[in-house]
Ligand binder design. Sequence first.
Ligand code: SAH
Length: 348
Amino acid sequence: MNNLLKLAEKLYKEHSLSVAEYEELISCRTDETAQYLQKKADELRKSVYGNKVFIRGLIEISNICKNNCYYCGIRGENANCQRYRLTPEEIIECCKSGYSLGFRTFVLQGGEDAYFTDEILCKLIKDIKKLFPDCAITLSLGERSRESYQNLYDAGADRYLLRHEAADNELYGKLHPENLLLKNRMECLKNLKEIGFQTGCGFMVGAPYQTAHHLAKDLKFIEEFQPDMCGIGPFVPHKDTVFKDEKAGSTELTLYLLSIIRLIKPNILLPATTALGTVDPTGREKGILSGANVVMPNLSPKDVRGKYELYNNKLSTGAESAAHIEELQNRMKKIGFSIVTERGDIKQ
Ligand code: SAH
């Protein structure tokens, strides 16, 4: 057995490697190793979750954002972005249609929009929970104070997604303006986990300036932090951002990393993301076959979908749309999986 396969086998058995070993696994990637990792990831995911794929209804509640992340299409300084914000009533309408389509998790994602105070969010969370006590609520609303996270948790929110974006300080600094600090991002993640949220981190694959060493540090962070969820997808350029001329991340590397993350934490909730579906028409299927077990179709009202443009050509139609859940189900069935009407919590 060659050295690289030995590393992959070690990861499968021990769920841990050094940063240098992760780096080697990434920078020396071969088809043979990719196939091995994929097979083991599939095996491990099946042993924990069978052939179930969990679905989340993604509601993009606002594209108003005070931040200026260099990669993101809804950055505050983008004057070409048509801003919108859903009202609590509109958000509840989305949940209602999602519920009847079989969704039992609602993900409320948005820019860092000051309108969504604790007071407004807590009332909204309680209202959703009252209408749908059998559903989980995931929030993905960026950095907030510990006190705020606690309030949202106490109101009934179950999960929180906050991608760490880059575990390396220097890379984090190249992707974000000076006022955004990795230290704060990490503090938020630690707070979320301590409060009791099922917590998700994650990063973009193929972001500008990102090297195999940076990715190795991301993997080590995941191994140490032990998140319940991890969102990764290829970086895709947006025309109104600093990174408009950079090239997109690759499908192959994203799939390879999905398999590695499944091996690091066999019970992790791992989405095949919209960005993966955007760079490759069968990206969702390939993601699932590489170890992912979650998909997050879009449940936002039709008229705002195009406006939540994190990157260009972001999919929101066909199987990406919650309304076409049947199409998604057919696509999953074709590869031997089945989407289920369940909350889909992490299995301990
Ligand atoms: N404001 C929230 C939600 C951000 S959008 C927060 O800060 O967590 C969700 C994710 O989309 C981001 O964390 C980022 O990793 C990803 N994203 C943003 N711009 C992107 C781009 N150009 N290509 C691919 N993914 C992108």
